[in-house]
Design a protein around this ligand. Structure first.
Ligand code: GCW
Length: 602
């Protein structure tokens, strides 16, 4: 099968059929949903018709409505064109200045903006229902709010508007001071309030449908309201008041540690910080929290902050870019992880979801062809969190690797051969996240990554010039006798932050699920695992080996599909799978060796 040389078509290689009938129906529910009947798409809004067209392309029939109102990508893109935790080239929005890094499809003459690329991005997002994008890193440069950048943002907003995508910005809380315009950024200072009000007005003059601000404050060195003895609520409300007249929102992140609750178990600090503020936020503030209480690990229990803010609208932040899951070099399909999260935190409690994007200037957008599946899955789950991983994976596989219609006659296209292999490929895709957990950090182990770049294992990692919360040894605490962190009521008490029944389930060693065992409990190496008959040590060995075997199976199935996939994509995926195969072994061998030697120590 031919793959269009320009890699930008993703799951959209087949054009939307031209013989579709489009109808407005003002009696439909008030959202951007659609109804598909044969080749007729009906919707209440123009955006609904657009969504319906793409739904038809993926074979949908019947009626469908978006579950979350806010379905937003968060780009951690820096103004110099680099992308924090980006593994797919540079930013598609902020060009590297004076660089000859080639940007694919650079046909747009947008004065540093690749208008064609950004429009394709908009289409890809719209095709899966994404309706918002934050254009810059949460570690935000104050410069984003200055005139030249605002002009550029206006142009990006103009390109994305036809695709139903609203533009948002991450803002640096200290901006008025950092830009040298005021002496303070104290949220209760009238001059500071006025500064933000004027800034909001300036933005909305250019971008009338601007979405609002995303804020990382008093976290990992970012400025925030604490700098002036104020609370997160003081800070968020001040920005919310500035945006309110224009209909804008503030997405305030709860990812904080090492500030006011320094020294406390890191996974407890968000609740310690925010629970007491519940009810104090303006109605256009949304608290945005990562799915787990630590930091996007291959597996975490859900973040208990979601149990504590009953009077505050909340959003979940998921990470599409695989910072801790092999980056763009491992095939790991993330839908099962996100579904696991929704099984603990009901989507009903959330007003939206945000996904940290994995998109860059690489020809295939995401570095790894299969990483596109995670972008796709994020959008599909934002639209309907009840979709199964299997269904999403099946859709994506078919759209991405299935035949292109009409099949180019010069290229033999044995669709049946590929179809026969789909079930195995699909099941490996769906199991790939569990495999990653197994070969990296089974049984609730977490954060044993190499410093800074988070690729590869470093179970012995310790640096006394780093905060202890950045050191792997803090997270497993393994010694000659035991491993794991006691977070139960006899330990750090983190289990006490969970609602029942989870509080008791996690607290009690006998009922704690094996996948969270060492997250919540500290156990001797010889601890007998009732469910399997292994000792703890044997169970670790078993799981590390199981993860490696799963990757071997992936490599194997990829060999079998070779005749049915264009050579270029096949090769590129194969090369990464072979790296993953080696890396899975590296994880297993490094961790087992390190933990094994500890036990043998005199
Ligand atoms: O996981 C950590 C990342 C940082 C990131 C931070 C955050 C944008 O390693 O790169 O900063 O989380 O989410 O704020």
């Amino acid at each position: 099968m031919a793959w269009a040389e320009d890699g930008s078509l993703l799951w959209l290689r087949n054009p939307v059929p031209s013989d579709i009938a489009l109808r407005f129906d003002p009696a439909m529910p008030e959202d951007d949903g659609y109804r598909i009947d044969g080749r007729t798409v009906t919707a209440r809004t123009a955006l609904g018709l657009l969504y319906g067209k793409y739904a038809l392309l993926r074979g949908e029939q019947g009626e469908s409505h978006p579950f979350f109102k806010l379905r937003i990508l968060n780009h951690w893109d820096n103004l110099d064109g680099s992308v924090e935790r980006g593994y797919a080239g540079n930013s598609i929005f902020w060009a590297i200045q004076n660089s000859d890094v080639p940007v694919h499809n650079n046909q747009g003459s947008g004065g540093g903006l690749d208008t064609v690329l950004i429009s394709r991005y908009g289409e890809a997002c719209a095709s899966i229902g994404i309706n918002g994008t934050v254009l810059n890193n949460v570690n935000a440069s104050p410069k984003i709010l200055t005139g030249g950048y605002l002009k550029k943002i206006r142009r990006v907003a103009d390109i994305l508007r036809p695709w139903g995508i609203r533009v948002y910005l991450s803002v640096n809380f200290g901006s008025p001071k950092a830009l040298g315009e005021l002496k303070t950024a104290d949220p209760l200072n009238p001059k500071v309030k006025r500064w933000w009000q004027k800034k909001a007005a300036e933005i909305y003059r250019q971008i009338p449908d601007f979405g609002g601000f995303l804020v990382k404050a008093n976290s990992e060195g970012q400025p925030g309201p604490f700098d002036y003895g104020r609370t997160h609520a003081d800070g968020a409300n001040m920005l919310a008041d500035a945006l309110k007249p224009f209909g804008g929102i503030v997405m305030w992140r709860s990812f904080v540690y090492g500030a006011r609750h320094q020294g406390e178990d890191r996974v407890k600090q968000a609740v310690s910080e925010f629970a007491e503020l519940d009810g104090l936020f303006r109605d256009n503030v949304i608290l945005q929290s990562k799915n787990g209480p630590l930091d996007f690990q291959p597996r975490e229990p859900y973040a208990p902050i979601f149990d504590h803010m009953s009077r505050t609208p909340q959003m979940a932040e998921l990470q599409i870019t695989q910072e801790y899951l092999g980056q763009s070099r491992h095939l790991v399909f993330l839908a099962p992880m996100w579904q696991e999260f929704f099984s603990y935190v009901s989507p009903d409690r959330l007003v939206g979801i945000a996904g940290v994007a994995n998109i860059g200037t690489d020809t295939n957008w995401c570095g790894h062809h299969f990483s596109q599946a995670n972008w796709y899955a994020f959008g599909r789950l934002a639209w309907n969190p009840a979709l199964s991983s299997e269904q999403i994976a099946a859709e994506w596989l078919r759209l991405t690797f299935g035949p292109v219609h009409p099949a180019p006659s010069a290229v033999p296209c044995d669709d049946t051969g590929l179809a026969a292999l789909y079930p195995r490929l699909l099941s490996l895709l769906v199991r790939s996240r569990e495999a990653c957990v197994d070969y990296m950090m089974p049984l609730g182990l977490h954060h044993i990554f190499r410093f800074d770049h988070h690729m590869g294992p470093d179970p012995g990692g310790f640096r006394d010039d780093y905060p202890i919360e950045w050191c792997p040894v803090y997270y497993h605490r393994a010694n000659r006798d035991s491993i794991g962190v006691d977070r139960s009521s006899t330990g750090t008490g983190a289990t006490g932050q969970y609602r029942e029944p989870y509080r008791s389930i996690y607290d009690n060693l006998a009922s704690c699920p094996l996948e969270f065992l060492l997250w919540f409990h500290r156990l001797p190496w010889s601890y007998p695992i009732r469910q399997t008959g292994h000792t703890l040590w044997q169970e670790l060995e078993f799981r590390y080996n199981r993860g490696v075997a799963e990757v071997d199976s992936l490599v194997d199935i990829w060999q079998q599909v070779r005749p049915y996939i264009d050579e270029q994509r096949w090769q590129e995926v194969d090369e990464r799978l072979r790296f993953q195969q080696q890396d899975a072994r590296l994880w297993r061998d490094t961790c087992l060796k390190y933990f094994g030697q500890l036990q043998d120590a005199p």
